[in-house]
Design a protein around this ligand. Structure first.
Ligand SMILES: N[C@@H](CCC(=O)N[C@@H](CS)C(=O)NCC(=O)O)C(=O)O
Length: 212
């Protein structure tokens, strides 16, 4: 029986990545349950019937099932790098709304019946906006990483990985450096630990800074 919160997560999901980043930096220990999206565990669906990851279930059975809420919950408990001071809600909303819309239609044109090139161009407008932000500072809201960087970075990673050669050829050098540095960071590396899908009865897998 664990008294740690339980995190239902999917390694490659950008929403789950941002939650894991905040949980780790805040030093919050969780029991990590890797989910197969095609076979979601009944326990997760019971906690959060909408069926998306990440889902955090607290020891008192409170359920937090929006990635940004998980980030804020973790950082409100402990925020050693002061991430909450660097939250740009409008920029994150632009990422989660129009940019994510274009990302999906660029990455999976066959699924959406879309023209990938159109959605890649639309997405590039947002990438240029980020590039401009990085003119003034190394990170999106100041000189050091904060909630905005870590909320957005997993989505830029996915956009970049769709066609790495195309991404590398764009005139967005600050954004390319920003992404590379985050991908190489020990924090990100730790959040990307590979786990088999969780099954009821499995021993809890501790997800904590010290164990990664
Ligand atoms: N608004 C949610 C979105 C989470 C979300 O859409 N996650 C995707 C995975 S990246 C998911 O679980 N999709 C359900 C599915 O594919 O069945 C959040 O911020 O947590």
């Amino acid at each position: 029986m664990t008294t740690d919160p339980i995190l239902y997560s999917f390694r490659r999901c950008p929403y789950a990545m941002r939650a894991r980043l905040a949980l780790l930096v805040s030093g919050t220990t969780c029991a990590l349950r890797e989910v197969k999206l095609s076979a979601k565990p009944a326990d997760m669906l019971e906690a959060s019937p909408k069926g998306t990851v990440p889902v955090l279930v607290l020891p008192d059975c409170t359920v937090i099932d929006q990635s940004l809420d998980i980030m804020r919950w973790a950082l409100e408990r402990r925020d050693p790098e002061n991430w909450l001071a660097r939250e740009d809600t409008a920029l994150i909303a632009a990422n989660d709304g129009p940019f994510k819309h274009d990302l999906d239609r660029y990455k999976y044109p066959e699924r959406h019946g879309t023209d990938a090139a159109v959605h890649r161009s639309n997405g590039l407008v947002f990438l240029r906006q980020l590039e401009e932000r990085l003119n003034d500072n190394d990170q999106l809201c100041g000189p050091t990483r904060g909630l905005t960087d870590m909320a957005i970075m997993p989505f830029i990673r996915q956009f970049a990985a769709t066609d790495p050669d195309w991404f590398a050829a764009q005139p967005i050098p600050r954004l390319q450096r920003w992404l590379d540095a985050h991908l190489a960071s020990p924090l990100f590396t730790k959040t990307m630990r590979r786990l088999p899908p969780w099954q009821p009865g499995d021993d809890p897998i501790r997800f904590a800074e010290a164990d990664c």
